[in-house]
Design a binder for this molecule. Sequence first.
Ligand code: SAM
Length: 374
Amino acid sequence: MKIEVLTLFPEMLAPMLSGSFLGRAVEAGHLEVNLTNIRDYTKDKHRRTDDYPFGGGAGMVMFPQPIVDAIEARDPEHRARRIYMSPRGRTLTQKVVEELAQEESLLFLCGHYEGVDQRVLDLCIDEELSIGDYVLTGGELGALVTIDAVSRLIPGVLGCDESSEDESFSMGLLEYPRYTRPADYRGMRVPDVLLGGNHADITAWRREQSLEITRKSRPDLLDTAPLDDNDRAILSQLEAADKAAAKLAEYGVTTERIGCAETAAFPKKWFARFVPENTRKAAKKQCFSGRRHIGFLWQAFSMDFAPHTDGEEARAKLAEKQPSLLYLPEENVLLKVDGAVPADAFRHFILTDDALTFTYVQPHKSGFGPYYCE
Ligand SMILES: C[S@@+](CC[C@H](N)C(=O)[O-])C[C@H]1O[C@@H](n2cnc3c(N)ncnc32)[C@H](O)[C@@H]1O
């Protein structure tokens, strides 16, 4: 790709364009960048490029002659897509970057002072581009940001072509967390799923993380991201987990959400732990023909497939063991809890410890727990 940059301060751009991967891309011929000093084209005898604004007001305005002459000299046949860096332009996004990366040639005009005379834009410029809703002193940083982002998409510029396909915005969502060695740093462990080597599990975990991070940092992206039914199910699970956590926070209980894969495995583990082997088959059969929406597990309990225990005894064990996991079957939410969960916090819930050795089920409905298992 050929890039022309017109600026009053070429020295600001030169180091960035010769270092790191941009420098290598230029050296390898993937990128050709020319810096032009607009001042070299002024016909003003004092080498000025700006003047007072007509109509008054603060600041100076870059006058047309040197800019138009520079553009016509550098891009005489108007082959380049000509861009004026400007806070009032279209905002640079990864989508815009992808669009620009298709061009053979780009020309960036960097303004300074209060900007450039409108006639330059009307005469020579294809579009105005902003790098965000703030005002910089000049267009150079904006041009550099754009050149950096566009260059990464040019085949051969990055070491491995794939590394630009799996990043924030490329799939319409923000990126999942990345980890490298060591697996344990200052007691902070890399999530087990990434060490396990199961690619399907890793892909599912990454997708869930991307959805969660996007939902928290840039919920607006979810309106346009291509989401499937599974993504939507995860998002509603995340929503429900947030609501549950907020409710528990009112009671002074802190929580940590457990991932969707573990949550999905939880009812199965729970069923196997509490429903005796000799009744498991019958319990499953019965439950699948019944109400599915709160889960067959819940029904296994309400239909007495799990052995009842004495409420007092179970409650005493609860106090003694300090359960640490809370499962909301209707919402399919599993939270790690730190503190005692009050019985009136939720309509239905299951409280257990990591090893599922104890379960407390809200006893407001006949046939429901408490249960425990040792
Ligand atoms: C001080 S600014 C001029 C701001 C202009 N008077 C306005 O209010 O829109 C000087 C130059 O910085 C560049 N610039 C400032 N903010 C920018 C942004 N957010 N994105 C891209 N370029 C920007 C433009 O080239 C602009 O001509």
